[in-house]
Design a protein around this ligand. Structure first.
Ligand code: PBG
Length: 327
């Protein structure tokens, strides 16, 4: 007699689906991005990112309190400084916006994991991620400035520094700079496979970091490339990364699958601003159910192999998991 193969047996009700579900979301997996600005009393919504705000340091402390209570294990901090210059010197200024935020935040929330994004684009007047000469982004000169910046964040209390610039050799340079200065315990989460993407648009409104001319295609990866992602990750691991990252996440889940299968190192994926805002916009119009769409996207990123998801939905996810909203 032919065996009756009936996969629907395991889909009959919510409880059997719970029992056989292979992947599920948890607050253990998420990092929440935050934008910090000069001034006081500021909590300013970013027009292209509903429910996401720029905070002055005083208001950031209230936000961190809420985040800790929601059981979010970590945050990633981005600074939007008051003044920018040609080199981006605000990035490594010991009295810079992110440095001051880290010092205060670490004092009050020592257990919350604080990641500091390391890049120059928010600090340079041209908006590129490194040092520019004749409209060309210089690699090695930029790496020196990035290493200085990473050390400054580490000294101010960052648990992890996260270079997002895509210059060659910056992970090694940062690791050497940290070691040389006794910062042996600072982790490096490398934006290893960071693609040149249209999905960063809303973020650039939040961090005021859009390039004033040209674009980032000479340093960020070309979106047609998969094998190159493995080469980038391999280099970053050799250079001393503790965690590697794929970014964006949603249009690059094949990259997540590949990196997960090739390397035994914690893998983060960044569910970026544009991926967030398109769900927000569609749900605002009533075209998508926000909770269902967002949890489905986050689950797809986890199913692909991400151990950590950086997502603007982290706070909402806490509420959704509480309500036990599952697919
Ligand atoms: C800085 C940086 C960017 C993002 C994270 N770090 C923007 C960029 O490379 O232009 C994007 C994050 C997002 O879109 O949510 N280099």
């Amino acid at each position: 007699m032919e065996l009756a193969k009936r996969p629907r047996r395991l889909r009959k009700n919510q409880n059997i689906r719970r029992l056989v579900r292979e992947t599920s979301l948890s607050m253990d997996d998420v990092i929440y991005p935050l934008f910090v600005v000069e001034g006081s009393g500021i909590k300013r919504e970013i027009p292209s990112m509903p429910d996401i705000y720029q905070f002055s340091i005083d208001r950031l402390m209230f936000e961190l309190d809420e985040i800790s209570k929601l059981n979010i294990p970590g945050i990633i901090l981005f600074g939007a400084p008051g003044k920018k210059d040609e080199e981006g010197s605000g990035a490594w200024n010991s009295n810079g916006i992110v440095q001051r935020a880290l010092i205060q935040a670490k004092k009050r929330f020592p257990e919350l994991i604080m990641v500091a994004d390391v890049c120059l684009c928010g600090y340079t007047n041209h908006g590129h991620c490194g040092k520019v000469e004749n409209h060309k982004v210089l690699n090695d000169a930029s790496v020196e400035l990035l290493a200085k910046t990473a050390l400054s964040y580490a000294v101010s209390g960052a648990d992890i520094v996260a270079p997002s610039d895509m210059m060659d050799g910056r992970v090694g340079a940062i690791r050497r700079e940290l070691e040389r200065n006794g910062m042996h315990d600072t982790g490096i989460m490398a934006y290893s496979a960071k693609y040149f993407s249209s999905f960063y648009g809303p973020f650039r409104d939040a961090a005021c970091s859009a390039p004033s001319y040209g674009n980032r295609s000479s340093y960020q990866m070309d979106s047609g490339n998969l094998k190159e992602a493995a080469r980038e990750v391999e280099l970053d691991i050799q250079e001393g990364a503790d965690i590697v990252m794929v970014k964006p996440a949603l249009s690059y889940t094949d990259v997540i699958v590949k990196i997960k299968s090739c390397f035994d190192i914690p893998l983060a994926a960044y569910n970026v601003s544009g991926e967030y805002s398109m769900i927000k916009a569609a749900s605002d119009k009533g075209w998508l159910d926000e909770k269902k769409a967002a949890t489905e996207v986050l689950l797809s990123i986890k199913r692909a192999g991400a151990d950590i998801i950086i997502t603007y939905f982290a706070k909402q996810l806490a509420g959704w998991l509480e309500e036990k909203i599952h697919m």
